[in-house]
Structures are given as structure tokens and as C-alpha cells.
Ligand binder design. Structure first.
Ligand SMILES: NC(=O)c1ccc[n+]([C@@H]2O[C@H](COP(=O)([O-])OP(=O)(O)OC[C@H]3O[C@@H](n4cnc5c(N)ncnc54)[C@H](O)[C@@H]3O)[C@@H](O)[C@H]2O)c1
Length: 371
């Protein structure tokens, strides 16, 4: 069987999630290639070495360019802070390698545009880490919508909130920098926008409000030194979809009680579907005429689920969604699948997020296609 060499950059939250996903994908799916964990890079060389040993990578690099240049690497997975996605992805594309980049794609719409154009020109496969779409229950939601179970879609109400920045004493990080695509909209909201587009389709118009609630934060944990913060802590937006549906999206990283509240209600002329990532193995469905919602539980009849468990209701978790994402990446790289968010689709998410920012700044409706 042909080998496909994986190179992974970054060993933080997402670096570990990608490493688990590549290992798990080899174990649970009959892939058309053998995944070779060829190289791991991190700016911290000693950590790169330690994680490479623990996660099963053959080589460790302190310099990400050395990983991209490594002939054993065919696919470059990028899990570094957002401002590094552009130089790393562009270098990988220039080397003719497939790219699996974390979200959001870039720190500006111009960068995202250059990335999708470079990938298109080079003809390399690209994927972006909008992992929540790979949930079998989201697949079921998409199928119910496509098959007309909800009738004509008239409304999408979505929210992605967490509380990890709710304490004003939570310190500054790269997520607080405008130039690093920080803020609740880029960090959390981008997932919600990708989900809205995935389930309901293109968005044509937006009007929005963004707010920085805590205008300064400690420079480091416990420090008296304060740094000025300009990114949004919360965003609220109205959407008009190309198919005529109307919608709302909101995102906050200050909302006490929520840990991963990527949620939506989609209503059509014949029913309503509701989902919350904090209960990711469930969908709630109400068909017209029913007195209330029916709870649908994930099970092995849904594509993707049976690879992890033969029994319904035993539940998948976040890392399984990442594994399903990696499976789709590998199928795409081997020319056997087209599912997943590529740089073109991720650019659309960036364009929508940019339209929301412009609408909030200029206090007006913005035509998304004008950007
Ligand atoms: N898809 C998701 O659900 C999800 C969840 C969290 C984060 N993310 C995204 O993943 C990316 C990383 O976020 P994170 O939370 O894992 O961050 P993190 O801070 O935990 O990890 C970042 C890693 O990048 C490494 N790094 C930094 N500069 C580097 C360089 N020059 N060369 C090599 N390595 C370098 C750091 O050492 C660290 O290992 C971001 O783009 C973020 O938006 C996605």
C-alpha cells in the first residue's frame, strides 16, 4: 500500500487533536493509503522532540520550513496561531504539498484570497478545520433539510458562545490581537458561519453589531501591567440567505456557563431542527403538527458513527469529529472524495466574517458579494 507522509506543525491544543486524529484515522478506517506520521514541528524544539516520541512521529523539527522541505512529508497540517497560517500554507503550496490548516483560514480577506488562488493554481488539495460539520448528526440535519423534511427553510438562529474570557482578569493572548484574527467572531463565530453556510447556503446580506466589553486585560496572568484590547468580545448579526431565509448569529467568549455552545435552530415551513454542540450526539426535531420536539440520538446507521461504535447512544466526542475530518482529507488527497471545507469555502467564511465587521463598523447592511 502506498504511504502518505504527514507533517504536523504545532503541539498545542489543536496539535494534539490533529495527532490523535491521524493516529485514530489509521486505526478505525480502511484508508486507501498507509498514513506515515513523518514529521512534527514546533518553535520549541525540545517540545517538538518530546511530542514526536509520544505521538509516534518519525522526525522532529524546530523550524517549520524544514518540515515543509522534508521529502517524507506529503500533507502539511498547520495548527499554529492564526497569523502563521498564511506563510506556512503558502510555503507548503509552493512545495506542491496538500494543506490541512486550522481555522480561521487567515488574518485578512486579502490573505485568504491569496491562499485560495495559490492552491487553485498549484492544484493542491486543501482542507480547513471546521470540524463541527463532520458530526454524523450534522450530516443527518443536512440530509433532512435537503430531502425537504423541514419544507422551505425560512430561519436560521445560531449562537456560538463560551466563557473562557469571561473573567476580566483572564490575560492577553494572541487571541486578543486584531492582527492575529483574534476576537469572538474569528475564534468562535467563524465555526458558526461555516455551519450556517453548510446547512442553509450562501449569505447575501448582513447587518451587525460588535462590542469590546473589556478594553484592557493583564499582559500575563496575575500581572499589574495592562494591555489595551481592541477585538470583539461579542457580536450579534442579522443575515439574509440567498434562498430567502433570514437569520441571526451571535457569538461571545464572555457568556458564563457555556463551554462549547455552538447551537442553532433551523425552521422551515414544515418543521424545526435544533442542535447544541454541548450535546453533540442529539438533534431535536419537530415536524408540523407535533406537540413538541422529538429527540434523535446518534447511532451506527449514520455515516461515520459505526467506525467508532456499533451501538447507538454510546456517543462520539470532539476528537472523533476531528478523526472524521482527517478521513475526508485523506480521501480528497487520494482523489476519492470531495467532502470537507477547502480554501475556497473557507475564503467564503472569511468574506462573510469581513462583511459582518464592515457592517458593524459602518452601521449599515452590507452586500456580502460586494467584498
Ligand atoms: N477547530 C477547532 O475546533 C479549533 C479549536 C481551537 C483552536 N483552533 C485553531 O487552532 C490554531 C491553534 O490554536 P491552539 O489553541 O492549538 O493554540 P496553542 O497556543 O495551544 O498552540 C499553538 C502551537 O503553535 C506553536 N507555534 C507557535 N509559533 C510557532 C512557529 N513559529 N513554528 C512552529 N510552531 C509554532 C506553539 O508552540 C504551540 O505548540 C488556531 O488557528 C486556532 O484558531 C481550532
Amino acid at each position: 500500500m502506498r504511504e502518505l507522509g504527514i507533517g504536523l506543525i504545532g503541539t498545542g491544543f489543536m496539535g494534539r487533536a490533529h495527532a490523535l486524529a491521524f493516529n485514530n484515522a489509521r486505526a478505525v478506517f480502511e484508508l486507501p493509503v498507509h498514513l506515515k506520521l513523518a514529521a512534527l514541528a514546533d518553535a520549541d524544539t525540545e517540545r517538538a522532540q518530546r511530542c514526536a516520541t509520544a505521538w509516534g512521529f518519525a522526525q522532529a523539527h524546530g523550524d517549520w520550513q524544514a518540515l515543509i522541505d522534508d521529502p517524507a512529508v506529503d500533507v502539511v497540517a498547520i495548527t499554529t496561531p492564526n497569523h502563521l497560517h498564511f506563510p506556512m500554507a503558502m510555503a507548503a503550496i509552493a512545495a506542491g504539498k496538500a494543506v490541512y490548516c486550522e481555522k480561521p483560514l487567515a488574518v485578512s480577506l486579502e490573505q485568504a484570497d491569496a491562499m485560495r488562488q495559490a492552491a487553485r493554481k498549484a492544484g493542491v488539495v486543501t482542507r480547513v478545520g471546521y470540524n463541527y460539520q463532520h458530526n454524523p448528526m450534522i450530516g443527518l440535519a443536512r440530509q433532512l433539510i435537503a430531502e425537504g423534511d423541514l419544507g422551505d427553510i425560512i430561519s436560521f438562529q445560531g449562537e456560538f458562545s463560551e466563557d473562557f474570557m469571561a473573567d476580566p482578569a483572564s490575560p492577553w493572548s494572541w487571541r486578543c490581537e486584531v492582527g492575529h484574527a483574534g476576537g469572538a467572531l474569528a475564534d468562535l463565530g467563524s465555526h458558526l458561519l461555516a455551519m450556517a453556510r453548510y446547512l442553509v447556503g450562501d449569505v447575501t446580506g448582513v447587518c451587525a453589531d460588535t462590542q469590546t466589553v473589556h478594553a484592557q486585560r493583564p499582559a500575563v496572568n496575575g500581572s499589574a501591567e495592562q494591555k489595551a484590547i481592541a477585538v470583539d468580545d461579542q457580536v450579534h448579526a442579522l443575515l439574509r440567505f440567498a434562498n430567502g431565509a433570514r437569520g441571526t448569529v451571535s457569538s461571545s467568549w464572555l457568556k458564563h456557563g457555556y463551554k462549547n455552545h455552538l447551537s442553532f435552530e433551523i425552521s422551515g415551513t414544515k418543521g424545526t431542527l435544533a442542535f447544541d454542540q454541548e450535546r453533540l450526539n442529539e438533534l431535536r426535531l419537530c415536524r408540523a403538527g407535533q406537540d413538541g420536539f422529538q429527540r434523535l440520538l446518534a447511532g451506527p446507521a449514520l455515516p461515520g458513527y459505526a467506525a467508532f461504535s456499533p451501538a447507538a447512544g454510546h456517543q462520539l466526542g470532539y476528537n472523533e469529529l476531528k478523526t472524521l475530518e482527517v478521513q475526508e482529507l485523506i480521501m480528497a488527497v487520494t482523489g476519492q472524495g470531495a467532502d470537507g471545507t477547502d480554501f475556497e469555502a473557507a475564503w467564503e467564511v472569511e468574506r462573510l466574517a469581513t462583511a459582518i465587521r464592515v457592517a458593524a463598523q459602518e452601521e449599515r447592511w452590507v452586500n456580502v458579494n460586494s467584498l
